[in-house]
Design a protein around this ligand. Structure first.
Ligand code: SAM
Length: 247
């Protein structure tokens, strides 16, 4: 049978295209793309004209049988998303799971991934981190998710879009203590690449003063809670607050 290659593509800078990526995209019989128009632009840039079909959130399950048939005929297929590594806050999980369940071969062609690039330059601990992807769009759910992580000691990593970056930072101000360090990596590998680091409040102020800082794509990273704080059990915290009332 053929192989499904899961191919990472650039997150902004086309010079991050790898030789292996080109070789695989040229060599497979078809490419399953999140957005075929976007992938065709990439293909024309590298002079490849392999046929593409769409595979996105809404049709992914219907496309699985088609891909299984291609692989079983001995044809190989590449999976790409709009940018970065497929399956990382992008389509592909049901497909890869279905192929693995059928003992078909799935092989990675590694390359750019926004949160890995962001972590590599943030200056935050990287020995333990939690990648949360996108926070919920609704305020209540978003705040609840952030509060859930208030005592987490691992570095927290989120994806964020330009229209919600300010609201998310404001919710972080509520969920985390004031001094918590946050790093925002914006437009990585692109012209306006910026990495800002500071307290949540200082970053809110910078974004409020300079509207350009709210534009583009973001990875938001939060330093984990300090051990001392995380080790106090919620019961002990409640008790301490009650005692304080009587002082
Ligand atoms: N699969 C992609 C990856 O491997 O990083 C992520 C896809 S997700 C739909 C898009 C989000 O990734 C953006 O909203 C942003 O949070 C982040 N992102 C993508 N490109 C970025 C870049 N150049 N700089 C900063 N963040 C980026």
């Amino acid at each position: 049978p053929g192989v499904l290659y899961v191919v990472a593509t650039p997150i902004g800078n086309l010079q991050d295209i790898s030789q292996r990526m080109c070789q695989i995209l040229a060599g497979v019989s078809q490419i399953a793309a999140e957005d075929t128009r976007r992938t065709r632009q990439l293909l024309s840039h590298i002079g490849v004209n392999t046929p593409c079909f769409s595979l996105h959130e809404h049709n992914e399950r219907q496309k699985i049988e088609l891909i299984v048939q291609l692989l079983e005929k001995g044809e190989s297929v590449a999976l790409v998303s709009d940018a970065g590594t497929p399956l990382i806050s992008d389509p592909g999980y049901p497909l890869v799971k279905a192929l693995r369940d059928r003992q078909l071969v799935v092989s990675p062609i590694p390359g750019p991934c926004a949160f890995i690039a962001a972590l590599s330059v943030a200056g935050l601990p990287t020995d333990r981190f939690i990648f949360e992807g996108f926070l919920p769009a609704k305020k209540g759910a978003r705040l609840a998710r952030l509060k859930h992580y208030a005592d987490e000691t691992a570095t927290l990593v989120f994806y964020e879009s330009s229209h919600r970056i300010t609201e998310s930072l404001q919710d972080m101000l509520v969920a985390f203590e004031e001094s918590r360090q946050v790093v925002i990596a914006r437009e990585l590998t692109k012209t306006f690449e910026t990495v800002l680091s500071g307290s949540v409040q200082s970053l809110i102020d910078i974004l409020a003063q300079d509207n350009n800082q709210t534009k583009g794509e973001f990875v938001v990273m939060v330093h984990g809670a300090s051990k001392a704080n995380a080790e106090i059990s919620p019961e002990a915290k409640t008790l301490a607050l009650k005692l304080a009332e009587h002082l």
